[in-house]
Write a protein of this length. Structure first.
Length: 346
């Protein structure tokens, strides 16, 4: 599927030609948020702990969209009180994606900086009168840790309190600590908004496992790397990532654009959950892509994610602004692996 143009931006909170700040811009999802914003007619200012990490993006976006539409500010420590003060100047919107993705099992290394960085972006935004909309990138782990074959009903008021409790138990799982950090950071985001009542629009996007193309042409370091590793025979992630929902990274990025520009998204949690998958599904797609491939066997009796997710608003936003629904698993996986050197994809 070609990148879809923005179908409708009538009554947009942020007019085309405005600049949007994307924090943590070199990340898998954030790079796609920047790409979709540029494609939609916005300019992008990214932040990165090191400007050098974003050199490839400057080259890619310069050739794709023209020079001077993408720039990078260095923010080495998002825990600093004024970390984002310079980077927010003059922007019309903010997509805050910067987070701690170490998957350390030490909650003190992950939770405080994630929460503080989120509060700092709101503090900086409150000082800048040009800002009209702020989107926080939360996570599926802020509402649940799915359990195979167990039906869990999620609502827009659901929080993953279990992850917070488990994160401070002895020797917690790194995924649990990450979930606790996103739960606490999103809670802090909404609490700060309730207390300060800022003049700008606010929303949160909660994505589940993201697959899809990796813009730098490499093998990635986030969930986008999982299909590539499996294609090459590495099954390590199958042991700690159970059945859950997937979403194509481009859909997650499109939902960020919609959340930024659509006034109806103010105050909303937007669930980027496309469809449930397990590793048997992934292997089946790979065998379809390359019937001669020698792929590993999926885990036995892995089950299904039976969670009920309120993702109707998300698909409605994709239809409203991009004229399409979710990208399917097969297309997403095909795009995920086809651009990597040495992989045979038909």
């Amino acid at each position: 599927m070609e990148d879809a143009p923005v179908h409708s931006i009538m009554a947009a909170t942020i007019p085309k030609g405005s600049t949007v700040l994307v924090t943590g811009v070199t990340g898998f999802i954030a790079s796609h948020v920047a790409d979709q914003l540029l494609q939609a007619g916005y300019n992008v200012r990214g932040t990165s702990r090191s400007k050098d990490k974003a050199d490839w993006m400057i080259q890619l976006f310069g050739s794709k969209y023209g020079q001077n539409r993408f720039e990078v500010y260095e923010v080495p420590d998002m825990m600093a009180d004024t970390a984002f003060d310079e980077s927010v100047k003059g922007v019309a919107g903010i997509a805050h994606l910067a987070s701690i993705l170490s998957f350390s099992n030490n909650p003190d290394e992950v939770i405080p900086p994630t929460v503080k960085g989120t509060l700092n972006i709101l503090k900086s935004a409150s000082k800048e009168p040009s800002i009209k909309s702020v989107v926080y990138t939360s996570s599926s782990t802020a509402v649940l840790l799915p359990e195979a074959d167990k039906e869990i009903t999620v609502t827009k008021d659901t929080w993953n309190q279990k992850a917070i409790e488990m994160a401070y138990q002895p020797d917690p799982n790194g995924c649990v600590v990450y979930g606790a950090s996103k739960t606490m950071a999103e809670k802090a985001f909404w609490e700060a908004i309730e207390q300060t009542k800022p003049p700008f629009q606010t929303s949160a996007v909660l994505p589940n496992t993201n697959f899809g193309p990796i813009l730098d042409g490499g093998e990635g370091s986030s969930t986008g790397s999982f299909p590539i590793k499996i294609w090459k025979g590495d099954t390590s992630m199958m042991n700690f990532i159970g059945p859950q929902y997937f979403v194509d990274v481009r859909d997650t990025a499109r939902l960020h654009v919609a959340a930024l520009i659509d006034p109806d998204c103010n105050g909303q949690r937007i669930f980027a959950f496309a469809e449930p998958f397990n590793w048997a599904d992934v292997i089946d797609v790979f065998k379809k892509i390359n019937p001669e491939g020698d792929f590993p066997a999926p885990p036995e009796n892995e089950g299904r994610d039976l969670s009920k997710i309120p993702n109707e608003d998300a698909v409605a936003l994709l239809q409203k602004h991009f004229g399409q629904g979710w990208v399917g698993l097969e297309e997403s996986l095909r795009e995920n692996v086809k651009g990597v050197d040495g992989l045979k994809v038909q």
